[in-house]
Design a protein around this ligand. Structure first.
Ligand code: SF4
Ligand code: ZN
Length: 314
């Protein structure tokens, strides 16, 4: 097949738009959509300031970093700082940490590493063996501490926003999961955020409209390293089912993922319209750690207490 734009050999058939694209035109198509996402975000620090990047070392976060470095890396007054969370997962995290550190050093991007051990006294592997956490899946406490560490580190460095490398498939899955659970509250809180809330650094998603397959092709084209090891706990990830369902829906009706994101956008816009005037209401804080929380004691403190339960029973 030939590229619809230039007649060179195509590397992809983009089903949802019906176009065959060569590497150059796929690259252009990706850059256009990332630029549009950045342009539309009111929280991107255009007038200077710090933009934090959540960089795990996985392909999506490196592709995001590469694209942002290309597109906004030379903005005057903008300082880009990458944050990597080391959960302490043997056989998995050390490789991605090495990849991230080398990649960021080559681009000249500042890099901060924060660890679960420093935060909780335990690595994720140790938490997995902790009897106090038996009723939780590892992805639950992994996600809780990762969110906490990234938000707090970004806030303490004074970042105006924090960018995550979630692609179109990830985002459509999040919307689908919340729709299936009927969880309007979470649906309304999903990133990208277009305003700052007390204690919370707004999140942006530059790859929001880029499907996983295109992210992969971008990584190949730009020789971005791809980690081979998978997280040993990923088979417990609760995303597997929605992943399969979404794949089938997209096969039958190309464009389903885009429709889910548009649904999210319109629901969030409607909710913001009705909440006007309430933006400055003081948000709730955890009574133990003082971090923003939706209840009296935040999930991170709840898990820390459960961790201690095991130690005290030894
Ligand atoms: Fe953490 Fe689960 Fe992802 Fe592994 S698969 S890194 S445990 S969220
Ligand atoms: Zn707390």
């Amino acid at each position: 097949m030939k590229c619809d734009k230039c007649g060179e050999d195509a590397v992809i058939y983009v089903r949802y738009s019906g176009a065959h694209l060569c590497p150059t035109h796929l690259d252009e198509f990706i850059v256009q959509r990332v630029k549009r996402e950045i342009r539309q975000s009111p929280v991107v620090p255009r007038q200077g300031g710090i933009l934090a990047l959540a960089v795990s070392g996985g392909k999506d976060s490196l592709v995001m970093t590469h694209l942002l470095h290309r597109i906004i890396g030379n903005w005057r007054g903008l300082r880009i700082v990458a944050i990597t969370v080391d959960e302490g997962i043997d056989g998995y995290r050390p490789e991605s940490l090495r990849i991230a550190a080398k990649f960021l050093a080559e681009l000249g991007i500042e890099h901060r590493i924060v660890t679960f051990r420093d935060e909780t006294g335990f690595t994720l592997d140790e938490m997995r063996r902790n009897k106090g956490l038996e009723s939780y899946s590892p992805c639950t406490y992994c996600g809780v501490f990762r969110r906490l560490l990234i938000n707090r580190t970004a806030r303490e460095m004074g970042a105006k926003a924090v960018a995550f490398g979630h692609n179109l498939d990830d985002n459509a899955q999040s919307v689908l999961m919340n729709v299936l659970r009927g969880d309007t509250d979470r649906l309304l809180k999903l990133a990208p955020h277009n305003r700052t809330k007390e204690g919370m650094v707004p999140r942006i998603l530059p790859l929001r409209w880029i499907p996983q397959k295109e992210v992969y092709l971008y990584a190949l084209q730009h020789e971005i390293p791809i980690q081979t090891a998978e997280c040993p706990y990923s088979n417990t990830a609760h995303r597997r089912k929605p992943q399969r369902v979404l794949y089938e829906l997209e096969e039958q009706t190309p464009g389903t993922r885009h429709s889910l994101l548009r649904l999210q956008d319109s629901i969030q816009a409607l909710a913001q319209e009705t909440q006007k005037g309430e933006e400055n209401k003081e948000s709730q804080r955890c009574s133990i750690c003082g971090e923003p929380a939706s209840r009296k004691i935040c999930k991170a403190c709840e898990i820390k207490m459960a961790l201690k339960n095991d130690t005290s029973s030894l």
